[in-house]
Design a protein around this ligand. Structure first.
Ligand code: URA
Length: 266
């Protein structure tokens, strides 16, 4: 702050810097600033027009005034960033594909310059919520079966799914690599005129390869579509296929809390 023009050619608006660092969207960053939750060089800044330089130290606090993020210099690489992507069908969950198919990283590359990795995977033909981050501890815990993070899917099958198939999904399905843990069936609806499709909302906490597809196949209803609509406390909501957004500070805290990680200093 308060640098002359010559001294600080790289000055940027505070909310833009916070957004670029992946701490919050620009609008959310403006809210954090207005609410007095952002400090620059140890002093609370509430003016939205405030400009900062790479030398400035930025701190973002949560509503309990606990430190959430600290940057000793905004010019440095941010430690952790978190994005929620609506992965479209026909895109591979990988950072590189030897067959040169489009990857989830291709979708965000233009806006996200830092290296991030997908948290777990969605099949090429599955759409929906995919988290991308460089927070290795969080990724490990979110994908390790021991932490039993709940994943919810919308599954489309042909025809009217039988009560017996639903019961088997709820009790556990015998697959080649073992019996699945009981799944929670949240909703079953008929789609299309003539009830030609059933839509089943199902939650599981395991992460076997192609698990949901194999579970439905095993009960006699191969899937015609699959979308992940929730991952732990995160929901896909209205994000369109191919769209992505940074997680809010509170969302990161909820995710980390879910798997027993510190929610204030990381
Ligand atoms: N289960 C599947 O079968 N596919 C996915 O992409 C995710 C879960």
């Amino acid at each position: 702050m308060n640098y002359s023009h010559q001294q600080a050619p790289q000055q940027e608006r505070l909310q833009k810097v916070i957004a670029r660092l992946g701490i919050a969207s620009r609008r959310h960053a403006e809210e954090l600033i207005s609410e007095g939750l952002v400090k620059v060089n140890g002093r609370v800044v509430t003016a939205l027009g405030t400009k900062v330089s790479p030398q400035d130290k930025i701190e973002v606090l949560d509503r309990n005034q606990k430190k959430v993020v600290r940057r000793d210099s905004v010019g440095e690489q941010v430690k952790y960033i978190y994005y929620l992507l609506h992965k479209p069908e026909g895109v591979i969950t990988s950072v590189y594909d030897p067959q040169h198919r489009k990857t989830v990283i291709d979708l965000i590359r233009q806006d996200v310059k830092q290296r991030v990795y997908p948290v777990g995977r969605l099949d090429y033909d599955t759409s929906g919520l995919l988290l991308l981050t460089n927070d290795g501890d969080l990724t490990y815990r979110l994908t390790h079966p021991r932490f039993e993070v709940k994943k919810t899917y919308k599954a489309w099958v042909k025809g009217r799914i039988s009560a017996e198939a639903i019961k088997t999904l709820q009790e556990g399905v015998k697959l080649q690599d073992g019996i699945t843990a009981p799944a929670k069936i949240i909703k079953v609806q008929q789609a299309n005129r003539g009830n030609s499709l059933s839509v089943v909302e199902i939650s599981i906490h395991e992460g076997k390869n192609r698990q949901v597809r194999r579970m439905f196949e095993a009960v006699g209803y191969p899937l015609v579509g699959l979308q992940r609509i929730a991952f732990g406390p995160l929901k896909l909501n209205n994000l369109k296929p191919g769209e992505f957004r940074p997680l809010k500070v509170q969302e990161v805290a909820r995710l980390r809390k879910e798997v027993g990680l510190n929610t204030t200093e990381y």
